[in-house]
Design a protein around this ligand. Structure first.
Ligand SMILES: Cc1cc2nc3c(=O)[nH]c(=O)nc-3n(C[C@H](O)[C@H](O)[C@H](O)COP(=O)(O)OP(=O)(O)OC[C@H]3O[C@@H](n4cnc5c(N)ncnc54)[C@H](O)[C@@H]3O)c2cc1C
Ligand code: FES
Length: 321
């Protein structure tokens, strides 16, 4: 039988129970999936009871907001920074590592929604920063008006969040390539006080490492590396050994994650790893199935809502052995 003990990122939040409870597909609650035993790894609230108390209907879903774009800046090579007005509450909810929103230009239909990581959120003034690269149809039309539709908060932009929550006095190596520097900043802000951070930046196809303009922390060692070069990958291994690294954050594509996992495994496979979520995310609500991944033990898993072991996922997607 498939192991269905999975952690849903929304479990216990104000958006739980969701549509999946109504359809008998809750990621976490076995009772709501029609089984006659409870197997949820209790995490502070009972989804089944919440569903019963809510008269067997889901809680309210996330809404769209029309927001002002307060600042647009071209960072070169078709990369843009947007400062977007939000409510103070939404900005506060978006301060967690892995936070992202859906955005689309005002006037466009919902299928133009794109998931975008939060780089920085200011809850006092009510705004967020995102940085995006223009790739195809949806991102080409993001920048056309002064207003933007946003939907959020969403939190599953990073796999391995438990490894981040437990960080204290750890030696952390964060490796960020290209536009994936954006979610890395949010993570740095969260862990910088209580951990030693070494940050490897690879600008990839960017003109510059834009994150540097937003890094005010003095106590981070920053190293610039072209992570695609064999010699420099050897240097990453040296850094892991010299600095006794016990946590790695990989921010880049799945191929990038694969390489970082291989480097870690050559040094010490017990080093904890978290990584950006590169699933193709469409609804973000566990409904459309665009993000589904087939895992060996868990079967088909919705990557937008489920915390997945990045090693397991990359093994399936990029074929590591
Ligand atoms: C949680 C999350 C956070 C992200 N944060 C950022 C960010 O901060 N900055 C940034 O530039 N990009 C980010 N992305 C990727 C961004 O959403 C895609 O680049 C964008 O959706 C591409 O759409 P398109 O129509 O312009 O391109 P397309 O031509 O449709 O696709 C170009 C590439 O983007 C991928 N893609 C297409 N649609 C999606 C989708 N719905 N979800 C994920 N990938 C998709 C495709 O697989 C393809 O590789 C993030 C994706 C996720 C899932
Ligand atoms: S994006 Fe729709 S189910 Fe995950």
């Amino acid at each position: 039988m498939l192991n269905k003990r999975l952690l849903c990122i929304d479990a216990g939040s104000e958006y739980c129970p969701c549509y999946l409870a109504e359809t008998g597909d809750c990621i976490t609650c076995s009772i709501l999936r029609g089984q006659d035993f409870c197997d949820c790894n209790w995490r502070g609230s009972c989804i089944y009871s919440e569903f019963v108390w809510n008269d067997y209907v889901k809680k309210n879903s996330r809404k769209f907001y029309s927001s002002k774009i307060l600042k647009k800046e071209s960072l070169g090579n078709e990369v843009y920074l947007l400062k977007i007005e939000t409510t103070k509450t939404l900005a506060r909810q978006l301060k967690q590592p892995g936070a992202y929103i859906f955005i689309r230009g005002e006037g466009l239909p919902q299928f133009f929604d794109v998931p975008m990581s939060i780089m920085q959120a200011n809850e006092k003034e009510g705004y967020v920063y995102i940085v995006y690269k223009v790739l195809g149809t949806k991102t080409k039309r993001l920048n056309e008006s002064d207003n933007i539709l946003i939907r959020g908060p969403y939190w599953n932009g990073i796999y391995g969040l438990n490894n981040i929550k437990t960080l204290k006095n750890n030696n952390c190596l964060l490796i960020a390539r290209g536009v994936a520097q954006a979610p890395t900043l949010l993570l740095i802000n969260k862990i910088v006080k209580n951990n030693n951070i070494t940050l490897i930046l690879d600008k990839g196809k960017l003109e510059d490492n834009f994150i540097l303009n937003y890094l005010s922390h003095k106590n981070i060692e920053i190293i610039f590396i072209d992570t695609m070069k064999y010699k420099e990958q050897e240097y990453i291994k040296e850094i892991m050994i010299d600095k006794k690294i016990d946590f790695v954050f990989s921010a880049g594509s799945d191929i990038f994650h694969k390489k970082i996992i291989e480097l870690i495994d050559e040094i010490d496979p017990s080093i904890n790893i978290s990584a950006t979520n590169n699933s193709e995310i469409c609804c973000g609500e566990g409904v459309c199935g665009a993000c589904s991944a087939h895992l060996e033990n868990e079967g088909s898993v919705k990557g937008c809502k489920t915390q997945i072991d990045i090693r397991e996922l990359i093994k399936r997607r990029v074929n590591i052995d």
